[in-house]
Design a protein around this ligand. Structure first.
Ligand code: SAH
Length: 374
């Protein structure tokens, strides 16, 4: 199989919104609405209700194997599954840690592009962290994915398939803790989800629609994380999907944010925060501000103070992420005492703060470490 060669590394500050055009993966049932599935089945010469049966197999039983579809006539099975369940993800490698409750999956897409997803099982819930693009064009200097550049957008079905793969592992009892389900999906894997808007919204719809249309995961359990594409945040607020919005802020001042999150040269801190408050006003959902604490770069108490002043009295919560190490980066996580001081300063403004755990660090599966190399 030929392999998509990764793009050249971007120069500092370079933003890539659109990848070079390339062949698209085959259409999959999960790309389609129920009406489109019925039309596709009819085009193949079968009764439209077969689309409902196929959808139940896929979204309810997590099954795309024709030999298990005994409610379909034998002759129709091969034809329908060949047409609607093309292989989109091929497992390259799986790495586990935390006694098997954290697993990073490396996938090869049809054209050789590589992406990763991470399953994290906690005592009360299981989260799938999914990729929305192969690579990323947003070029944040502290993020391994951003340093490698954008290969291409993923399709709706390629995104959904990552969740289904995690759901299968859980349902089969493969993950310690007994059979379980996916409760949360976070778009915090590779890629900038709002730069691949249409496919991501399609995937969110498939995730939240109840069976047979989709997986039936609560919209509240889904988090879309963005560098701050302001017009797309506005669009998302109007979708009628009460997903959680996470904004990767990382600095409260434009001077520093221009260098840490290069999209800030396009939309400034004030514009991003305004978009976030509009999102909370429209959806009544609390917005999450992501802030990776980088030693001596963005972890000063005065920055905590400035951040606190900018966001106090809003429907907001700050998620501090101790910086995860990435290859070639000169930066490291903040000292514990600086982290504690940062938390205290924020809290003094009445802002809710949590410090994210660094699950998956040992397998390069934590925030910003996904680089998808074989
Ligand atoms: N492109 C989206 C989603 C991807 S990453 C976004 O930027 O929001 C999910 C989170 O991990 C983002 O907040 C991102 O800034 C953060 N992150 C990236 N690299 C990191 C690193 N090395 N350590 C800690 N967090 C990191």
């Amino acid at each position: 199989m030929s392999t998509v060669s990764p793009p050249g590394a971007p120069v500092p500050g370079q933003l890539t919104f659109v990848a070079r055009p390339r062949a698209k993966p085959a259409r999959h049932l999960a790309d389609l609405t129920m009406a489109e599935r019925r039309a596709a089945v009819a085009e193949l010469g079968e009764k439209p209700f077969r689309a409902d049966q196929l959808s139940r197999h896929y979204f309810e039983k997590l099954n795309s194997d024709p030999s298990l579809m005994t409610d379909l006539p034998a002759a129709a099975r091969e034809k329908l599954t060949t047409a609607l369940f093309p292989t989109l993800l091929t497992s390259v490698r799986e790495m586990t840690t935390d006694s098997g409750t954290t697993r990073k999956m490396l996938w090869r897409l049809f054209d050789g592009a590589l992406v990763e997803s991470v399953l994290m099982r906690y005592t009360d819930r299981t989260t799938m962290c999914v990729s929305s693009q192969a690579g990323c064009g947003m070029n944040c200097p502290f993020c391994a994915t951003g340093q490698a550049g954008l290969t291409r957008n993923m399709t709706t079905a390629e995104i959904v398939e990552q969740v289904v793969a995690g759901a299968r592992a859980l349902a089969s009892g493969d993950v310690p803790g007994g059979p379980g389900r996916v409760n949360n999906v976070v778009f915090m894997g590779m890629g900038e989800p709002l730069a691949n808007y249409k496919a991501v919204i399609g995937a969110v719809r498939r995730m939240v629609e109840p069976a047979p249309d989709g997986l039936g995961i609560s919209a509240r359990g889904i988090t879309v994380s963005t560098v701050g594409l302001v017009p797309a945040i506005g669009k998302l607020a109007d979708e009628g999907l009460p997903v959680t919005l996470a904004v990767s802020l990382h600095a409260p001042d434009d001077e520093l944010r221009d260098t840490l999150v290069p999209i800030n040269t396009r939309w400034k801190v004030a514009e991003v925060l305004d978009a976030a408050w509009e999102y909370t006003a429209k959806t009544k959902r609390r917005v999450s501000i992501e802030y990776a604490l980088i030693k001596d770069i963005n972890d000063q108490e005065w920055r905590a103070d400035l951040l606190g002043r900018l966001i106090k009295n809003q429907l907001v919560h700050v998620n501090l992420i101790p910086l995860n190490p990435t290859p070639g980066s000169k930066w490291t996580a903040s000292r514990p005492e600086d982290e504690r001081a940062f938390v205290r300063r924020l809290e003094s403004h009445g802002v809710a703060v949590t410090v994210r755990d660094t699950r998956g660090r040992e397998i390069d599966g934590a925030c910003g470490q996904l680089a998808a190399a074989e």
